[in-house]
Every structure is written in C-alpha cells, then in structure tokens.
Design a protein around this ligand. Structure first.
Ligand code: ADX
Length: 388
C-alpha cells in the first residue's frame, strides 16, 4: 500500500495512562480554547490525515509553507496549518510549555507542546496562499478574522471518542481497501451534492482502477453552499441507485473549505494519499470560487510540484452534449457550445433556490428530488456574498 506523505502515518491520539500524564503536565499551565474548526484541525493532525505534521506550524515551517509550499525540510505542504491566539494569550505562552487545549463543554481535549509563539502578517499570508487579499473571496474573508499571533508546536488529542461512524480515519480506510482487495484507489474530493459531471469523473476513473473513495469535505462553508447533511444524503441516494456495490466507499473529510484553488487541490491530494489512495481526481476549477482562479490552475500546480506519489487524474470541462446524447468532455466531443449543457454546483443550487427543478442532464432526478425535499439544504453564513 502507498506510504503516507513523509513516510509515517502520524498518530497523536492518546488514551489511558499516557493521556493522564499529559493532563497532569498541563494542569497548572494556561489553556487555549479551540473553536470547531481548530478542534477538527487538531483531530486531523492527531489521526494522521495531515501526516507528516505532528502539530501546528512553527515560525520556520510557516514561512516556508507560505513562500514555497513546502515544510522547512522540503516536504511538499501547500496550506498553513496554524493556531491563532490573541495578544493577551500570546503574552502568557512560552516555548517548551505544555498547555491544555479546551473545546466546547468537553474541557481538556488535548495538549500542545509549545515550540514558538510569533506575530504574523495576514495581508502577506493571504496574498501568498490565496493569491489575493480581496475580502469578497470567502476564504480570505474568514482568514482576516484570525488573531495576530500564531502558536506552533506538537499536539496530543485525548481518546478517540470524538469521531462519528461516517468518519473513517486514514488507518481505517487503509484497512478497508485491503479488505476490499483494492490496489489502485482513486480519491474524490467534493463540497457539493453530486451532479452528472461528478458522476462521470468518478465512473471514468472506475473503468481503470479498483475502487473509489468519495470524501466530501464537511465543515464551515460559505453562504449558499450545501449543508453537510444534504451532501451526504444526496450521495447515499446516488450510490444506492447508480453504483455497483463495493465499487465506491463514501466517507468524509472533516475540514473547512478554504476555497484556495490550486494550493487546496494539492493538500486535498496529500490527505487522500494519507488515506491510502493512489490517484486523485482534479477537475475544472478544483476548490475554486467565483473567478479567482484559472479553471486549470489546479492541474498546473501538480506539474510544478512534480512527483507526490499520489497521481493526479486531471480532467477538463465535463458536460452533457445533446448531439452526442451523453455525458462527455472537452477532450472527446467535437460539437459546439450550443449543444452543451454544463453541470455546475453553483448553477444547480441557484435553480433549486429559485424553486426550479434542474435538468436531468445536469443532476440525477432522484438526487435533485432528495435535495428539494431537504429542509436546511443551504448554508446560511455571513461569508461568501456574491461568490459562487
Ligand atoms: S470542490 O471545491 O470540492 O473542488 P466540487 O465539489 O464542485 O468542488 O468538485 C469536485 C471535483 O469535481 C473537483 O475536482 C472539480 O474540479 C470537479 N468538477 C466539478 N464539476 C466539474 C465539471 N463540470 N467538469 C470537470 N470537473 C468538474
């Protein structure tokens, strides 16, 4: 099976005596409160999804990541995994302290061995990571809400009891692939309920490889995107009706959407590599938003970074052609734009919002019906005004 990124699947989840020792170590030290997304990041580090990271980026790794897309040791790492704190908190934190991490009403959920605490420049960071400082970009907008200081260091997460059954951890997908007898596995990232182009990309890949891991990214999203429940429910409907059994595994990747286009595409692939996937689908405008990225920028970045062990399967525009009378793509179809119906998540969502039933050329009727019948189908966030 394909090695995890950096060679070792990180496991920083502790129980029993080990956890007790860390609890005592942190007992009289300051604590850092985590929000939902920060807690999920700790979990993703601890369960190996972000291997080889063992914690939040320290100063040197942080600057290397934003400037060059690698860690200090040269390992490819495209997005900064960081923990921000306000200046009052930064003042009471010192390197080599072990501090407690608190989350919701669960009190102490883990610890952080502080490596360094440093001030950072948000403008410079968003320009490097998102390619823009425009606050109409929803990822940039949420990034600007961060505090001004970052804390780097190794994390420990207590117990494994926080995971839902739908959340197969990297070591679990690796076991599943072995049980299914899959050697070549294609990973699929999505933030949408499935439309016909998604299905096409997945099935074309299934023609060539043993299995498919579909992992919707669940967590904070911009206004107008589908809610997590809608995405998962819609996939259940599609898989039940249109996929042979044991060709695809549906799990989740709990992580907020950054809408960081090419850099996010790269991390999406590395996370799937940690899950044991050998290939990863990168279509049109992967993880993009509005017109911020060239639709093929995500293809280009894989060329720039070279061999990552996981192989990107890049696809151009996929659409329904009325002359071909089938789903097809830019590479296969000779007919003009007049014959093409383009499935797009944002267009389908807009139609459903305005009370229309989207065409079955863009989305399976059963899936559309499920979405229409779902009450809280769209995210109501303050971020993402006028972006699709
Ligand atoms: S993403 O933000 O998670 O990338 P989405 O769920 O829409 O968004 O897309 C999932 C994957 O399908 C991405 O790789 C994306 O590039 C690809 N994709 C979506 N629609 C199309 C399309 N019409 N043609 C080609 N690729 C597509």
């Amino acid at each position: 099976m394909l090695e995890p990124h950096g060679g070792t699947l990180i496991d920083r989840v502790m129980g029993g005596d080990q956890a007790e020792r860390m609890r005592q170590k942190a007992a009289n030290e300051p604590r850092i409160g985590l929000d939902d997304d920060q807690f999920q990041t700790v979990a993703n580090i601890a369960n190996g999804r972000f291997s080889p990271l063992k914690g939040f980026l320290g100063r040197n790794d942080f600057y290397k990541v934003i400037n060059d897309g690698t860690l200090e040791d040269g390992t490819v790492w495209p997005l900064p995994i960081i923990l921000d704190v306000p200046s009052e908190k930064a003042d009471v934190l010192t390197p080599s302290q072990t501090v407690g991490l608190e989350y919701g009403n669960r009190n102490l959920v883990g610890t952080l061995d502080i490596k360094d605490v440093f001030k950072f420049n948000k403008e410079e960071t968003v320009e490097a990571v998102f390619g823009t400082a425009d606050r109409s970009h929803p990822g940039v907008d949420t990034f600007f809400e961060k505090h001004n200081y970052l804390v780097g260091g190794k994390v420990t997460l207590f117990d494994a009891e926080y995971y839902s059954a739908a959340d197969l951890l990297p070591r679990e997908t690796r076991v599943l692939f072995r049980e299914y007898g899959w050697d070549d596995i294609v990973g699929f990232q999505t933030r949408n309920a499935p439309h016909r182009a998604h299905e096409y990309l997945q099935k074309v890949s299934l023609e060539m490889f043993d299995g498919l891991l579909i992992q919707p990214k669940l967590g904070e999203k911009k206004r107008g995107d589908y809610t997590d429940e809608t995405i998962l429910g819609a996939y259940d409907v599609l898989l039940d009706e249109y996929y042979p059994e044991q060709s695809a595994a549906l799990s989740v990747y709990p992580c907020k959407m950054h809408y960081a286009g090419p850099r996010e595409a790269l991390l999406d692939a590395l996370v799937r590599k940690n899950h044991g996937c050998t290939h990863f689908i990168v279509g049109r405008d992967h993880a993009g938003v509005g017109d911020f990225y060239d639709p093929m920028a995500a293809h280009q970045i894989f060329k720039e970074y070279g061999n990552l062990d996981i192989t990107p399967l890049t696809f151009d525009d996929v659409f329904y052609c009325t002359t071909c009378d089938s789903m097809t793509s830019q590479r296969l179809c000779p007919h003009g734009d007049d014959a093409r119906v383009y499935p797009s998540g944002s267009k389908i969502r807009r139609k459903i919002r305005s009370g229309e039933v989207p065409s079955k050329r863009t989305i399976r009727p059963e899936v559309a019906e499920y979405i229409i019948d779902t009450e809280d189908r769209f995210v109501e966030s303050e971020h993402g005004v006028n972006t699709t």
